[in-house]
Design a protein around this ligand. Structure first.
Ligand code: GTP
Ligand code: MG
Length: 184
């Protein structure tokens, strides 16, 4: 049995990483958030899979690339957050396709460490249409991507589901490239 799960949220500034974490914890959308949430630990008995779960935030404003890579190497699963109403943040996910970016991005590091990834489209309250069309080709290309989910911190939509999928990706991995021996 695995003793705990470490979930890291990454993504462009302002896509709502910190808001997602704070909303999960307080069950309401915070009006104001810091750049980076403190690491939180959810006790085993309140998680769906009964495993203590650490949730770790990332903020470009407060952390260096070096610190980001360290966190990536410690994570068991990484949520790549984009904002469904922000083309640029979706483009960043799309750029998984572009070798130049791919070679020097955190995503490369994820792929190297064989950490399962989850694509998270936040702020679904702001749009009518779904971003799935854009991200599906990326999902199909990278087996490290376990699943994708659209959610809204503001409407509390799919928040607990998102963290459940992340937990599940670690405890019940499906990706053929995932190599459990590598991460304890
Ligand atoms: P950095 O720490 O700068 O990387 O940003 P972040 O990704 O942590 O984003 P943050 O949680 O600070 O949210 C950025 C802005 O988006 C804030 O004004 C939030 O209130 C807003 N926001 C976050 N989630 C949602 C959402 O689901 N819907 C809407 N409408 N706004 C949101
Ligand atoms: Mg933040």
């Amino acid at each position: 049995m695995r003793k705990d799960v470490r979930i890291l949220l990454v993504g462009e500034p302002k896509v709502g990483k910190t808001s997602l974490i704070m909303t999960l914890v307080s069950e309401e959308f915070p009006a104001v958030v810091p750049y980076r949430a403190e690491e939180i630990t959810i006790p085993a008995d309140v998680t769906p899979e009964r495993v203590p779960t650490h949730i770790v935030d990332y903020s470009e404003a407060e952390q260096t690339d070096e610190q980001l890579y360290q966190e990536i190497s410690k994570a068991n699963v990484i949520c790549i957050v984009y904002s469904v109403n922000n083309k640029k943040s979706i483009e960043k996910v799309r750029e998984l396709d572009h070798t130049t970016y791919y070679l020097c991005s955190p995503f490369t590091v994820c792929v190297c460490f064989r950490v399962p990834l989850i694509l998270v489209g936040n702020k679904s309250d702001l749009v009518e249409h779904s971003s799935m069309e854009t991200v599906l080709p990326i999902m199909n290309k990278y087996t490290e991507i376990e699943t994708c989910v659209e959610c809204s911190a503001k409407n509390l939509k799919n928040i607990s589901e998102l963290f459940y999928y992340a937990q599940k990706a670690v405890l019940h991995p499906t990706g053929p490239l995932y190599c459990p021996e590598k991460k304890e």
